[in-house]
Design a binder for this molecule. Structure first.
Ligand code: ATP
Ligand code: MG
Length: 342
């Protein structure tokens, strides 16, 4: 049966890229699938986090999930570190995955920067933990932004290699076809699967970008949104009239793409309306559309974070439901690998 898993890092408050690139699909899928949505705190510490800020960010991200439309009764919402199967399966996958595979990962190269010797081992092994997150539930569908495509391909390779390495044992454990882990499928759909930075059209919008002007946070108020859009980088040309006109103009393409997604119109329809005009008029319309979408979510985040005990209770409930699924799967993994458990 299909099962959905995805997560976000509590490395800051969520932004428009997280929302349009991934969360919109999460919300849709909870109507049709069994869904497990995680706040991936183990991933967050691959880069040092201040403990008090980390705790705060875990609650903020949980609140943002709920405020954006995830229902903790319909879906399982929890934080990763409360379910030990993630870390346990990640260790097994550290021993299945290959150095050569990890060496190809572009996110590590970007996040490690020039001084790679000083990057944490966890940052390097991040994709193995991500594979464990998904496969600890034997999840089949993973809604993510475009930047996670490469990690998803690695998760598929790990699933396949585990099935191959242990095929005899898997069959002996009663899986006649020799397949224990499914091949998880990426779900990367919509017009904004890669929202770019407002300051640099060649970089994706990120929580960890030091410039707050580079992103629209889901907690920004109307004035902040208007100011950020007004300051967003553009070029001196008027807006193009057709999609071919975006070549060499990533900032224009990004802003139009965001607007098209927000108002749920095709890009060419938006260009038919604004093509030939200056950015200034369009930016006002864009800022209004953003405020209309984000302001109610921001207000709800604020309300929810006012009661941290309630958020912790939701996470505790989600964690115990997550453990019910993951613990028996992890038990089978131990049997397959040849560990003794009592
Ligand atoms: P960090 O900078 O700490 O890595 P992030 O902004 O990249 O933070 P993640 O928690 O790593 O956010 O990713 C959560 C989800 O949001 C993933 O599915 C990812 O693909 C998606 N995502 C992140 N940034 C964007 C973006 N700019 N456009 C579309 N999707 C995005
Ligand atoms: Mg990221």
């Amino acid at each position: 049966t299909p099962r959905v898993f995805s997560g976000m890092q509590p490395t800051g408050s969520l932004h428009l890229g997280n929302y349009l690139g991934a969360m919109v699909n999460w919300i849709k899928m909870q109507e049709t699938h069994e869904c497990i949505y995680c706040v991936v705190d183990l991933h967050a510490i691959t880069v040092w986090q201040d403990p008090a800020e980390l705790r705060n960010a875990i609650r903020q991200v949980t609140a943002a999930y709920i405020a954006a439309g995830l229902d903790p009764k319909k879906s399982i919402l929890f934080n990763q570190s409360q379910v030990s199967a993630h870390a346990e399966l990640a260790w097994v996958f550290n021993c299945v995955s290959r150095l050569g595979w990890l060496n190809r990962m572009t996110q590590f190269k970007e996040k490690a920067g020039k001084d790679r010797e000083q990057a944490s081992v966890g940052l390097y092994a991040y994709p193995n933990l991500m594979a464990a997150d998904i496969l600890a539930y034997r999840a089949t569908h993973v809604p993510v932004g475009e930047d996670q495509k490469q990690h998803l391909e690695l998760a598929r390779d790990i699933a396949q290699k585990f099935n191959n390495d242990f095929s005899a044992s898997i069959i002996a454990e009663g899986f006649a076809d020799g397949i224990f882990f499914p091949q998880p499928e990426p779900v990367i759909t919509g017009a904004a699967t890669r929202v770019m930075s407002l300051r640099d059209g060649s970089k994706k919008m990120s929580k960890s970008d030091p410039s707050d002007l580079s992103r629209i946070n889901m907690t920004d108020d109307a004035d902040t949104i208007a100011k950020k859009i007004q300051k967003a980088k553009t070029d001196p040309e008027p807006l193009p009239s057709e999609e071919g006109g975006f070549s060499g103009r990533p900032e224009a393409e990004n802003l139009i793409g965001i607007y098209a997604t927000l108002v749920d119109k095709p890009v060419d329809a938006v260009l038919a309306e604004f093509g030939g005009q200056q950015f200034s008029a369009f930016k006002k319309v864009l800022a209004d559309a953003l405020v209309a979408k984000i302001e109610p979510i921001a207000n709800e985040i604020k309300r929810l974070t006012g009661d941290p005990a309630e958020i912790d209770r939701i996470l505790a409930d989600g964690s115990s439901r997550a453990r019910e699924i993951a613990t028996p799967i992890m038990g089978k993994v131990k049997d397959i690998v040849g560990f003794i458990r009592s």
